[in-house]
Design a protein around this ligand. Structure first.
Ligand code: DGJ
Length: 545
């Protein structure tokens, strides 16, 4: 064989396995309890924008791209509904997905797809009509008296079979259209699953399963409460119904996710309509949250029953700082990357981007970043125009040019951050060797103790809306990004230290620092007083000897 023929044959062989030009598949990696989403082989920070629920049609996309671009988002989260891709049983139509992926590429955006199917905010509203109209075939959950719930049963074998088939068809299609470019980064399987008003399914098949021994995989993760082994009631007592329902739903979703990944392996996640994170220890379900959803106290059950689901993410719609911070803490685990698929669009949420990105989240996505004429107030902002993106754009604008770098620093454990608390009290960010002290509601000159004129807070600080995120670039060097906060660096206890230099600047397209001015004099005498519009400072600390 001539060498050119040999080369061609080798090339053809390689191409049939993996085209040489195909981008590496997005995947999650973990190190020392931290996480990164690798996109094209490198950590990627999702600065997301989630569309409204009914924007998943070609006509809905224009207002979504407009908002995502204004926001400086790099990724759009978009529903794909079972009802739209399988309008008649067995007939699949992925034309919307084709349009979406094509337009996302033109807009230079990545995508996260949200599979709205058996459960969307727990209900079956996104299932095709042929599912909705056949309750014998696709059964609802039943209460103790046999009365049907609005929610489909996780024991509906036909429901699972058909949801899974449609999802596999979607993933097969995605592989066909996107395995080379990797515009789609992750897939959410169902949306805010669980059930309101009923703790679990009491229909005969479900009841029989409830009386079985708790599976070993669950016992190994979700700590038994009463007995080490036995049926759900024996092991988990008053928590048994809720835990059992979580297991049933997780198993159902896990089976769908695994089947989808078998054809096209993308990271997959579920999102959670949260229970109150401040109720500690959490009490058994009392009709006060969606039973069976992946709330923080049953993440272990989801991990056991749905290993194909990588992440459980919190949907943050309570803007109280104590709630937000508690949720971030509870959902960030060595086995669960912090990923916030939804936060409300009210301006009060903007500051929490500093908490999320500072904690090393793989990404965040405000909900309803979409100029469709609809507002989900009171969960989100009342406006439907450009003002909805502003509180988030303010922060995205700082992180967008360095998103890859920030994601790498986060993966390496170098970042910290926090949004201002509702009580406006000081906070601190602890780094090896140094602590950043953050204070709020101050003027930008002098000390409040000097008198009423000096104690007057800077305009724009009436509501808590400050925050800061920092990366430790070297033992004595920091990058600080923040707004409406006074930052003072202090050496670790017992040592002395001083701020040698504070440069305001930015990173250029090649990732090189561009110094724009040095802060000194008034700008450093009373701490670093960051204004309403965020700034980026590179700070060099020193220990004189
Ligand atoms: C959370 C859900 O996941 C979203 O799809 C949406 O319904 C919001 N709640 C409310 O706007």
């Amino acid at each position: 064989m001539k060498s050119t023929h040999l080369a061609a044959a080798v090339l053809a062989g390689l191409l049939s396995i993996a085209p040489a030009w195909a981008a590496e598949a997005p995947r999650l990696v973990a190190k020392d309890g931290r996480h990164a989403l690798l996109v094209d082989g490198k950590p990627f920070l999702i600065l997301g924008a989630q569309a409204h629920n009914s924007s998943n049609y070609p006509a809905g996309l224009g207002p979504v791209w407009a908002a995502a671009n204004d926001l400086k988002a790099n990724t759009v989260l978009m529903p794909v509904a079972w009802e739209q891709v399988e309008p008649e049983e067995g007939r699949f139509d992925f034309s919307f997905v084709d349009t979406l992926v094509q337009q996302a590429r033109q807009q230079n955006k990545r995508l996260v797809l949200l599979w709205f199917a058996t459960w969307k905010n727990t209900s079956a509203q996104y299932t095709p009509a042929w599912v909705k109209l056949a309750p014998q075939r696709f059964p609802a959950m039943r209460d103790k008296d046999g009365k049907a719930s609005y929610c489909l049963s996780p024991f509906g074998t036909e429901t699972l079979k058909h949801d899974k088939r449609a999802f596999v068809a979607l993933m097969t299609h995605l592989k066909k259209i996107d395995a080379q470019q990797r515009t789609v980064l992750m897939v959410q399987v169902q949306n805010e699953v669980g059930t309101y008003g009923l703790v679990r399914d009491f229909a005969p098949a479900a009841q029989a399963a409830f009386e079985q021994p708790v599976p070993a995989a669950v016992l190994a993760r979700q700590k038994p409460k009463l007995a080490a082994t036995g049926n759900w009631r024996e092991v988990y007592g008053d928590y048994a119904d809720e835990y059992f329902h979580a297991w049933a739903i997780a198993r159902y979703i896990g089976e769908i996710a695994a089947a989808g990944r078998a054809v096209y392996d993308l990271p997959m996640f579920v999102n959670n309509a949260l229970r109150n994170p401040l109720e500690q220890p959490p009490k058994p379900w009392a009709n006060n949250f969606s039973s069976g959803g992946p709330s923080w106290d049953v993440i272990d059950i989801y991990k056991a029953a749905a290993p194909a689901v990588d992440i459980v993410g919190p949907d943050l719609y309570n803007a109280e700082s104590a709630q937000v911070e508690a949720n971030l803490r509870l959902f960030q685990r060595a086995d669960n990357a912090l990923w916030v698929p939804e936060i409300g669009s009210k301006s009060a949420y903007g500051r929490y981007l500093y908490s999320m990105l500072g904690r090393g989240a793989i990404g965040v996505s405000p909900f309803g970043m979409d100029y469709f004429d609809y507002s989900n107030h009171p969960l989100g902002a009342t406006a439907t125009d450009k003002t909805i993106v502003e509180p988030f754009e303010r922060v995205y604008r700082m992180f967008a040019p360095i998103q890859r770098q920030w994601a790498q620093w986060a993966f390496d454990g170098k970042v910290r951050g926090v949004g201002e608390a509702d009580d406006r009290k000081p906070q601190q960010l602890d780094f090896p060797g140094w602590t950043a002290k953050l204070t709020y509601r101050l003027g930008r000159f002098g000390e409040a103790s000097w008198g009423p004129e000096f104690a007057k807070p800077a305009p724009g600080t009436e509501e808590p809306n400050g925050g800061a995120a920092m990366a430790q670039l070297g033992p004595d060097e920091f990058l600080l990004i923040g707004q409406r906060v006074r930052v003072r660096m202090e050496p670790a206890e017992g040592s002395s230290g001083m701020m040698l230099r504070a440069e305001q600047g930015r990173f250029d397209a090649q990732g090189r620092w561009v110094m724009e001015r040095v802060w000194n004099g008034d700008q450093v005498d009373w701490g670093l007083n960051l204004p309403t519009e965020p700034v980026m400072l590179k700070i060099t600390m020193a220990r004189p000897h």
